[in-house]
Design a protein around this ligand. Structure first.
Ligand SMILES: Cc1cc2nc3c(=O)[nH]c(=O)nc-3n(C[C@H](O)[C@H](O)[C@H](O)COP(=O)(O)OP(=O)(O)OC[C@H]3O[C@@H](n4cnc5c(N)ncnc54)[C@H](O)[C@@H]3O)c2cc1C
Length: 374
């Protein structure tokens, strides 16, 4: 394709940064606008699967992620009392020697991606969002919130689950819906016995621990709740203490150490999926804007990174943008739908307190498919 096209990426999260890096790497002119003037991200840990690490390799950030994060193969499955039950083997020849699982702190991952953008000479427009957009078949005119006007061949909406771009280009798409669980996350020191992702199944909720560096790990606790309660931050540690009653082993130690100073985040899990093309005219959605998933497969961020890579690959090799967007959809739709659907299925099994084997069977089946090159 002619390389003198101009693309605007709206949103500097994981998907938007991935698209901007990959597009710039392919020699395409790209602007990135992010509405948060501080460009910050909340301080939770994130799990990275093997396929996500592979995508990070394509993006040129794998080495830094392995250096500043944590990687280890497999998932240990334990009872609610902390008794080892079995292990899920996450290794796969298809990954070509890349570790098959890991974790990192979100702010650390953001810094790594921001450095990569900087190395490519791409400075985002911070504190700015899109005020108005006239999008046609062959280009869009954008009025930014700072009053500037821009002309672009393509707008990439990477502005997250509550995407304003999605609302503009697909006003008929359903809004995000609550998935019946609250996700508690606690950042804490890595317990020496936790060497890889570890799930505790069979208790009142699914609980997991995952190292995010040599010294730190995070715990998640998926609380089934019919309505998306907002917890009072000051008393969160007391609620979590109560929820963790009856858990043994490492989890009992973590529970005993909870205090008002504990680093806890509690969020309702929500999902949205654009069940058709993610592009209309000269605009396309990627990441959570197109397919926000619940976190059971720990693949939401990975899908966003892959979206950015695939979009850049297809634009670089197609004759025109419509053909690029078509092949982009062909490569992305099924894979992202698998993540959203399987995650919701696991969420259902968790809420129904299905047997651990029934829950992990869905995880394993999905991982086999996700391990395949995207
Ligand atoms: C509880 C929980 C746990 C999760 N755990 C994992 C995990 O372990 N592993 C994993 O892979 N995934 C996980 N995910 C999913 C993952 O966090 C998301 O899929 C990923 O962060 C989506 O990235 P994104 O860039 O599409 O959207 P976002 O991260 O939401 O980024 C959107 C960006 O756009 C900006 N923005 C928004 N509106 C505008 C606008 N109008 N103009 C300009 N900028 C705008 C925002 O400020 C933000 O920077 C989890 C999700 C949740 C909810």
């Amino acid at each position: 394709m002619r390389k003198n096209i101009r693309i605007l990426v709206v949103g500097g999260g994981i998907a938007g940064m991935s698209a901007a890096i990959a597009l710039r790497d392919a020699g395409i002119e790209v602007d990135l606008c992010e509405r948060d003037p501080q460009w910050k991200v909340y301080g939770a840990g994130i799990t990275i699967t093997g396929p996500t690490l592979r995508a990070m390799g394509h993006l040129g950030i794998l080495e830094a992620v392995l250096e500043d994060g944590y990687a280890a193969d497999g998932i240990d499955i334990c009872s609610a009392q902390g008794r080892p039950l079995f292990n899920i083997d996450t290794t796969n020849d298809v990954l070509g020697g890349i570790p098959s699982a890991g974790g990192i702190l979100r702010p650390v991952l953001h810094r790594i991606m921001q450095r990569r953008l900087h190395t490519l000479g791409l400075a985002p427009i911070l504190g700015v969002s899109v005020e108005d957009m006239e999008f046609g078949q062959s280009g869009s005119t954008v009025r930014f919130s700072n009053g500037a006007i821009g002309e672009y061949d393509l707008i990439v909406g990477a502005d997250g689950i509550y995407s304003d771009t999605r609302r503009r280009i697909f006003p008929e798409t359903p809004v995000p819906r609550y998935a019946g669980q609250l996700c508690w996350r606690l950042m804490t020191e890595r317990h020496p016995s936790i060497e890889r992702r570890t799930f505790f199944l069979g208790g009142r909720a699914k609980v997991g621990l995952n190292p995010v560096s040599r010294d730190q790990m995070y715990m998640f606790y998926l609380e089934a709740q019919a309505t998306p309660l907002r917890r009072d931050e000051a008393g969160q540690h007391l609620v979590l203490h109560e929820l963790m009653e009856g858990y043994g082993g490492v989890l009992a130690e973590i529970r005993d150490a909870l205090s008002a100073a504990s680093n806890i985040i509690c969020r309702p899990l929500e999902t949205v999926f654009v069940d058709g093309n993610w592009h209309r005219g000269s605009a396309v959605l990627i990441g959570d804007a197109a397919h926000a998933t619940t976190p059971q497969l720990a693949s939401g961020a990975g899908m966003g990174i892959e979206d950015g890579l695939v979009l850049a690959q297809e634009i670089a090799k197609a004759d025109d943008l419509p053909s690029a967007l078509k092949t982009f959809m062909d490569r992305r739709f099924g894979r992202c739908k698998l993540v959203v659907d399987s995650s919701l299925e696991i969420s259902r099994l968790e809420r129904e307190r299905a047997a651990p084997e029934a829950q992990t069977a869905v995880v394993e089946k999905a991982l086999v498919q996700l391990n395949q090159e995207f």
